[in-house]
Design a protein around this ligand. Structure first.
Ligand code: ADP
Ligand code: MG
Ligand code: MG
Length: 345
């Protein structure tokens, strides 16, 4: 029997366009003899639209920006009626990667690819994630956080606290986002004020971290109860740091796969990555990102519960190097979704 797959993409987030590009690539890789694929588009304003069953892969992202056929209520009733055997949320950032959509699918009893509610939401909030990692004994950079209200009440005091606890350079980030949106590196108070104002455009909570000079090393993890690591890779941004433009527009950000590491470093990294995965109770997949400092410390930076997933993104490339091609990777992820759903019953 062919599986009916709902491919959920777009979304009410700053990473809307990234999701569209991913969805296009996934439709091209899915075996349409094995799956009946139904595109489900979430517009930037949050309206859900279901498309007709795909007969051929999408050739443009415009084609995937559906406007006709139902609207949100229609799609939700299709989901509730069990139309899809499994839903594949290809969503990044808030309202997609953060446990909200996962919660909706849980309530409707629909199996879905990727992390569950808890891991998705804890992984989306960089402050909560770092608190959990700290509790699991994982090393990381120093950090603090501030809400918009706290900041606006007393910016001088905020700056003084950050200068005292974190120092320069520091990184300012919206707590709940990805793709480097709204992130700045600051060398002084003036830059800090600008960076805080910028980050508060995206979130009511901001994390401020110690800046480190380090190599950026990443590993993919697949599995539910028995997670396994991919080959390890390294990103070498040509710019000061791996910002949005470097991630999606520059072609000269080097991805080095496999990363040049000693066997001991690889083993340590795998153990830490699995510990991070388990500490957040992840399932399906994550990409765990580390800083390797000059003194040889492996600091966890973050896990991404729905990492970049075009065929040219780090996560699929790491698995490719490990012998798992893109179409096979997609099928494995769908299989893990079904497995978790059965285990939960
Ligand atoms: P996102 O979830 O948006 O990817 P990250 O926390 O990974 O956010 O930050 C994006 C990039 O910014 C990182 O890949 C790295 O290049 C740089 N960066 C972030 N935090 C730090 C830090 N504390 N020290 C040095 N570089 C950092
Ligand atoms: Mg991230
Ligand atoms: Mg990152």
């Amino acid at each position: 029997m062919k599986k009916k797959l709902g491919l959920l993409y777009g979304g009410k987030s700053a990473e809307h366009n990234v999701s569209l590009q991913t969805a296009k690539a996934v439709t091209a890789a899915l075996d349409l003899y094995k799956f009946d694929v139904y595109p489900i588009y979430i517009s930037i304003d949050g309206t859900w639209t279901e498309g007709e069953k795909l007969e051929t892969p999408a050739s443009t992202i415009e084609e995937l920006q559906l406007t006709e056929n139902g609207g949100t209520e229609h799609v939700l009733s299709m989901l509730a009626q069990g139309k899809y055997d499994v839903v594949f949320p290809l969503l990044h950032g808030p309202n997609g990667e953060d446990g909200t959509v996962q919660g909706l699918l849980e309530v409707l009893n629909v199996p879905y690819v990727g992390n569950g509610v808890l891991a998705s939401s804890a992984g989306m909030d960089k402050v909560i994630m770092k608190n959990v990692f700290a509790q699991a004994g994982l090393k990381q950079v120093g950090y603090t956080h501030m809400t918009r209200t706290e900041w606006e009440q007393n910016k001088e005091a905020g700056c003084a606290l950050i200068e005292r606890e974190i120092g320069w350079p520091c990184f300012v980030k919206p707590a709940n986002l990805g793709s480097s949106v709204g992130i700045s590196k600051c060398q002084n108070k003036e830059e800090l004020i600008g960076a805080m104002e910028e980050a508060f455009q995206f979130d009511r909570k901001v994390i401020i971290e110690e800046g480190v000079v380090a190599r950026e090393i990443e590993v993919g993890i697949l599995g539910n109860e028995m997670p396994v690591c991919s080959v390890i890779g390294e990103i070498v941004p040509k710019k000061d740091f791996y910002d949005y433009k470097a991630k999606y527009e520059d072609e000269d950000t080097a991805l080095i796969i496999p990363a040049d590491l000693t066997d001991a470093q690889k083993m340590e990294m795998e153990q830490l990555a699995i510990r991070a995965f388990r500490s957040l109770d992840c399932s399906g997949l994550v990409r765990a990102d580390f800083f390797l400092t000059e003194s040889g410390d492996l600091l966890i930076n973050e896990v991404n519960t729905m990492p970049g997933f075009t065929p040219f993104s780090m996560f699929p490339l790491l698995w490719k190097e490990a012998g798992v091609e893109y179409p096979q990777l997609i099928e494995k992820m769908i299989g893990l979704a079904v497995e978790r759903h059965i285990e939960k019953q």
